[in-house]
Design a protein around this ligand. Sequence first.
Ligand SMILES: [Fe+2]
Length: 272
Amino acid sequence: MIDLHCHILPGLDDGPAGMEQSLDMAKQAVADGIQTLVATPHTLNEFYDNPLQHVEDNVNRLRKTFRKNRININVCTGSEVRICAGLKQKVIAKEVATLNNNGRYILVEFPVHVIPPGSKEELFQLKLHNITPILAHPERNLVFQHQPELLSDLTAMGCLVQITAMSITGRFGREAMECAHKLLKNRLSHVIATDAHSPTNRPPILSPAVQVCARILGSLKEAREMVVNRPQAILNGEPVKAPEPRPLCKKKWWFNWALPYPLPINHSTIYH
Ligand SMILES: [Fe+2]
């Protein structure tokens, strides 16, 4: 299996604090059957910058340490970039890391509570330059949880969707789990990744989520596509084959009025 989203570089963000924790995480990943993981430190969010060269230097250091400790796992360069103005220019200028440094796919994160104005235009600009955004864990975003049809707009534009393994198994709460399952059922998600941060609370383990996903999709083969073939195509910079999405069912009105809080932002505010 391939883990496309993993905070394994020590000291670069809110992932492992030191190399010992990174080694523990790598051992867990190997034990779970993960052969390749992509180091995706937070980038350009309010706390961390992590430019491409800095990430590459740290990936090389990690590879050497894994070899020295006889841990047999491939590590690729990557980043989890916060959506921001001028993202396309930053990618073209090689200021931020694309996945496997191939210039074709980039992992993009939204804030938890909102979709910032202008997001759709930024993603469209990336697509225009043949760079495919992969949206990191939209099932954990409050707006997408209540308006998953907004995600359909973005996938119709050519964006891909990454769901987090622990959302599928319920460790991020009921709302994230229900949203993840809905996205899976409607073929609005393309890859599963761990978004691991530590060997304890958020380890790099995919297998339990793949099992749940197989039950939801009714196919272990299709579930494994999400952790084997599609991530491999992404790392190779090749097109990703995925089934057509199914139309989303509208929520019944009695569920709508029962939402626990008003939506933080409305549709017309989200997209310009
Ligand atoms: Fe992440």
